[in-house]
Design a protein. Structure first.
Ligand SMILES: NC(=O)c1ccc[n+]([C@@H]2O[C@H](COP(=O)([O-])OP(=O)(O)OC[C@H]3O[C@@H](n4cnc5c(N)ncnc54)[C@H](O)[C@@H]3O)[C@@H](O)[C@H]2O)c1
Ligand SMILES: O=C(O)C(=O)CC1(C(=O)O)C=CC(O)C=C1
Length: 311
């Protein structure tokens, strides 16, 4: 499991179940930073398995996840969260005591509910979520620097083995991340407003534009250099991954959506009645928030997803 002081590897063999943007970025970081000695992967399609080997991201690639976890001392679930229940039910009986199971899923309460039930005694579950990504998917989309300077949130259930939590913490630190421990329900509420609702809004705006009359739609695409362009990046994110996020963080997303609807109604009213102060006061406050995010190095000039001019 965890390396001794004289060994540079943190884990001997890691199994990645699902190897798209996040799984392949982890594989690249593990390789380039010598974090694990050996990588095995499992994916559903033969094309993905072939591509992963072609890219040199793993020593072995299997369609059967049971084969991938054989001899692994760390298993990382990197597929859409809606698949975790069935993956865990298949690999669970084949996990040896002492193995650490973790994941990268964007929601945490549902993941704990779906996975924990299949893990035998002595297997340590440390759920995790890197707050890092792009709108791209698949094994070609990953890059080793994805997690540099980004937060990774771990949500170990009460009573989790502290050495396993430390090992997963160290894994993410070596991948370049800062790590925070959080209760799963709290994680789901925070991410509902910082990540899930923004995606829902982007999907809605782009969807609304798509439903316009043919001539207007053409102009939306032609003149989409500003705000709309940024929304289209987010709305280009993986449909299956995001379907699963919304279905598995239902309560928190609906709560935030309710607040959002109330706030947008206030703006609607301010526009209708010409209440400029209401609009201006909000826009000054939100500009300060943006400044705070840039100062915290979570957006701005160094972020490869943002235009260079945005300081
Ligand atoms: N994309 C992001 O920005 C981002 C950020 C943080 C966390 N996440 C989380 O990471 C996970 C993976 O997302 P991604 O962006 O890498 O998606 P992706 O679409 O790039 O990759 C997912 C991979 O899982 C595979 N897969 C699907 N079902 C499977 C199954 N039953 N067994 C094995 N493999 C299966 C797919 O073929 C694909 O290769 C998701 O749970 C997501 O919530 C995503
Ligand atoms: O930057 C992006 O493209 C992302 O969507 C990444 C992002 C997000 O910031 O919302 C998406 C999902 C996550 O689970 C974590 C990160």
């Amino acid at each position: 499991m965890v390396a001794q002081a004289d060994s540079e590897f943190l884990f001997e063999k890691v199994a990645l179940i699902g190897v798209g943007l996040i799984g392949s970025s982890l594989a690249r970081a593990f390789r380039s930073r010598r974090i694990v000695r050996q990588i095995s992967v499992s994916a559903r399609s033969q094309a993905t398995l072939d591509r992963v080997l072609e890219l040199g991201l793993a020593e072995s690639a299997h369609s059967d996840p049971v084969k991938a976890v054989e001899g692994a001392d760390l298993v990382i679930l990197c597929a859409p969260v809606g698949t975790y229940d069935s993956i865990a039910s298949v690999i669970g009986p084949h996990l040896k005591p002492g193995v650490i199971v973790t994941d990268v899923g964007s929601v945490k309460q549902a993941v704990i509910r779906d996975v924990d039930q299949y893990l035998p005694d002595g297997v340590h579950f440390v759920p995790g979520h890197p707050i890092a990504g792009t709108e791209k998917s698949g094994p070609d989309a990953g890059f080793a620097e994805l997690f540099d300077g980004r937060w990774c949130i771990l949500t170990p259930p009460p009573g989790a083995d502290h050495r396993a939590v430390e090992a997963v913490t160290e894994l993410w630190r070596r991948c370049g991340s800062m790590v925070e421990i959080m209760e799963a329900g709290h994680h789901d509420k925070v991410l509902a407003i910082t990540s899930h609702l923004p995606h829902l809004i982007a999907y809605t705006i782009v969807g609304t534009a798509t439903d316009l009359e043919e001539s207007e739609r053409a102009e939306v695409v032609k003149f989409s250099a500003g705000g709309f362009r940024d929304f289209t990046r987010i709305a280009g994110s993986d449909p299956v991954m995001w379907r699963d996020v919304f279905l598995n963080n239902r309560e928190a997303v609906l709560e935030m959506l309710q607040r959002f609807s109330e706030d947008i109604t206030v703006l609607q009213r301010a526009i209708r009645w010409g209440e400029g102060d209401t609009l201006e006061n909000l826009f000054f406050r939100t500009r300060e928030i943006r400044q705070g995010v840039v100062e915290a190095h979570q957006a701005g000039s160094f972020d490869p997803r943002e235009p260079k001019a945005d300081q």
